[in-house]
Design a protein around this ligand. Structure first.
Ligand code: AMP
Length: 282
């Protein structure tokens, strides 16, 4: 497994490759969710490239950039065991050298849901992913449904900027009791981790009710809100039912695929989770 730390080496290594390339961008502290992307990238392409970069530009000034969990040697061991060909681990200075000033913003998709609560977050995400696309020129890029808005926005970015890349959205990998795996789950105490199962329970209740025929978005939203309200450690930030393509909030009846998404503070962790209704992921 080749570990690359500079853009110049990434460019020259990439230029020598004529094979199909699968890219899985991550911020490290890898878990089974990340590894599901990695396995798929390996299975569907000749070469699998994983990037590990805690991207400063997608963190707000009050957010957890400094405390974000990191364990590079463990990550590299896991990726070696998966048979990954290349890992790109640049430093912040390598990607944002002094004088850096180019940013990508999606006019509408950047500003709603997570974007409304985390100003500048998706500008950072869109910019870093476009840069990684240019550095690695993958045939396919693998992202998790866990970060649904990110995946939807990147699908738009690929189309708008004419990247010749297939975006593959991989299903959310969960703990046994339903909590979506996340590097930030390490902020939770054992008790909070148990109780955080309420996020998926609430989403599942909405999903089951939808499948039974309920199409009133406010009723589904209320079901989720009530379920979360019954768990004292859960402090919901938003409960949204939005069009899966435009991310416009649905007020009346659901007639097209929707993203049901929630953000909930549990202890020190701000957790997000979602399910998609009316469409299959995977
Ligand atoms: P991150 O390191 O949090 O930036 O995540 C890197 C990639 O892994 C993103 O495409 C995430 O959506 C994806 N990912 C994170 N957690 C999960 C999970 N539990 N299941 C599937 N994919 C995930």
């Amino acid at each position: 497994m080749k570990v690359i730390t500079t853009t110049s080496e990434m460019f020259s290594t990439r230029s020598d490759l004529a094979d199909t390339i699968g890219l899985a961008p991550t911020m490290g502290y890898l878990h089974e969710g990340h590894l599901s992307l990695v396995r798929r990238a390996r299975a569907e392409n000749k070469i699998a490239i994983v990037t590990i970069f805690v991207n400063p530009s997608q963190f707000g000034p009050e957010e957890d950039l400094d405390s974000y969990p990191r364990d590079l040697s463990r990550d590299l061991d896991l990726l070696r065991a998966e048979g990954v060909d290349m890992v790109f681990v640049p430093s912040p200075d390598e990607l944002y050298p002094s004088g850096y000033q180019t940013w990508i913003e999606l006019a509408e998709l950047s500003g709603v849901l997570e974007g409304a609560r985390r100003p500048g977050h998706f500008r950072g995400v869109a910019t870093i992913v476009a840069k990684l696309f240019n550095l690695t020129r993958p045939s396919r890029a693998y992202f998790g449904q866990k970060d649904a808005q990110q995946a939807i926005l990147l699908r738009r970015l690929i189309s708008d900027l004419h990247f010749n890349i297939d975006l593959v959205i991989c299903p959310t990998i969960r703990e046994g009791h339903g909590l979506a795996m996340s590097s930030r789950n390490s902020y939770l105490t054992a008790n909070e981790r148990e109780r955080a199962a309420v996020l998926f329970e609430a989403l599942t209740t909405a999903g089951t009710t939808y499948k039974a025929g309920e199409r009133d978005a406010s009723k589904l939203r209320a079901l989720i809100t009530d379920k979360l309200a019954a768990e004292p450690v859960a402090h919901p930030e938003y409960v949204s039912i939005a069009d899966l393509e435009t991310l416009h909030e649905i007020e009346g009846q659901i007639s097209a695929p929707v993203l049901v998404s929630i953000a909930v503070q549990v202890g020190r962790a701000r957790l997000i989770d979602n399910v998609w209704l009316g469409v299959h992921v995977g």
